[in-house]
Ligand binder design. Structure first.
Ligand SMILES: [Zn+2]
Length: 360
């Protein structure tokens, strides 16, 4: 019997997450992760009535022992030390500023509250609208604007302290969440599903043949899509891979690495979706919460670097999650995707299906 779960959504925020900056005087990749993107998103969601005093939770500070649930003491110490120094490179494309540690530790705290509220049954859905993001941070390496892996820490916190065993993580950020994949690669109780941009000419991490290791075999599901993937490719990947994978795994809670940089107007990602896809992802998560053991979903902000699009993109995904119809938004304009891109993505999804369906 399908039990209809109540519509409910809380946002977790803290001004502390605005303090850190990527110290670059000229616009480049790193400078795109700025406080502005979160401020613009918050402003938009307040204007739309999604964030109100009733739907807002102030983030708490995480403890260092929480960070050590998935990271090495080496990583924690290097972030702390570089933050005290106030500048320098902590990892590849991950730079320090004087308030790095403060922003990062509150963002982890926000992620812990997100999972705790859902698992304890206080909320059905939560969204942590904070930065820096986390999915590129592995056990010992900060990289790609990420220092602490917020979502991995939250998942491990739930498993160690809240009595949860099985969690599915769906990561729809434009980029492969290499850190999250690494952390849970041998873990049979954490399913990691990532939809991401992939360069088949220069093989790197994120290929569909990376399926997990040992007992974790079959729980790492990579959906590597080709540059320029449109809404229809994302929809096919969700319908053919994401939905059956999560249903067969039957998690107790669903974690979402919510990156909005696959939007066609994003300055960093190279995909071609609009808010229609983000709405569809929300709608999918809703149906997965209704059709599995999951008590609810918690969403942790990852990428999304167009300050004008991140608010509407989050709004669309939350509309889907709350069972609302797709709104007509300004970015939903007619766009043409070259046939070879559609074909290449179709082919990629077929290969993923062949690789992972034996585990369902
Ligand atoms: Zn990204």
């Amino acid at each position: 019997m399908i039990v209809m779960k109540i519509n409910n959504l809380k946002f977790i925020l803290s001004e502390k997450s605005l303090l850190h900056y990527q110290p670059f005087p000229k616009p480049n990749l790193e400078s795109f992760d700025s406080a502005l993107r979160v401020q613009m998103a918050e402003k938009h969601l307040r204007r739309k009535g999604m964030i109100t005093e009733e739907t807002l939770i102030q983030a708490r500070k995480a403890r260092e022992e929480d960070i050590l649930l998935v990271h090495s003491p080496y990583l924690l110490d290097s972030v702390k030390l570089m933050s005290e120094l106030g500048s320098g490179e902590v990892g590849d494309a991950a730079y320090a500023s004087p308030d790095l540690m403060r922003s990062a530790i509150y963002t982890v705290g926000g992620a812990l509250q997100a999972v705790e509220s859902v698992v304890k049954g206080k909320e059905i859905n939560t969204f942590t609208l904070m930065r820096p993001p986390g999915h590129h941070a592995s056990t010992s390496n900060p990289m790609g604007l990420c220092y602490f892996n917020n979502i991995a820490i939250a998942v491990e916190f739930a498993r160690r302290h809240l009595g949860v065993e099985k969690v599915s993580i769906i990561d729809f950020d434009d980029h492969f969440g290499n850190g999250t994949a690494e952390i849970f690669y041998s873990n049979p109780n954490v399913q990691y599903i990532s939809l991401h941009e992939y360069d088949y000419e220069n093989f790197g991490q994120g290929h569909y043949e990376e399926i997990g290791h040992g007992e974790g075999e079959g729980t790492n599901i990579n959906i590597p899509l080709v540059d320029g993937a449109p809404d229809e490719s994302y929809k096919a990947a969700i319908d053919e891979i994401v939905i059956p994978s999560v249903k067969s795994f039957d998690p107790e809670v669903i974690a979402i690495s919510a990156g909005y940089d696959a939007h066609y107007a994003d300055p960093v990602g190279n995909m071609a979706v609009d808010t229609t896809t983000f709405w569809y992802i929300g709608k999918t998560v809703r149906s997965l919460v209704e059709s599995t053991k999951a008590k609810g979903s918690f969403w942790i902000l990852e990428g999304g670097y167009n300050p004008l699009m991140i608010g509407p993109s989050i709004e669309a995904s939350m509309d889907g999650l709350l069972g609302k119809p797709l709104q007509v938004m300004e970015d939903q304009i007619e766009r043409v995707t070259p046939e070879p891109i559609i074909d290449a993505n179709h082919e990629a999804i077929a290969r993923v299906f062949e690789t992972v369906n034996t585990y369902w």
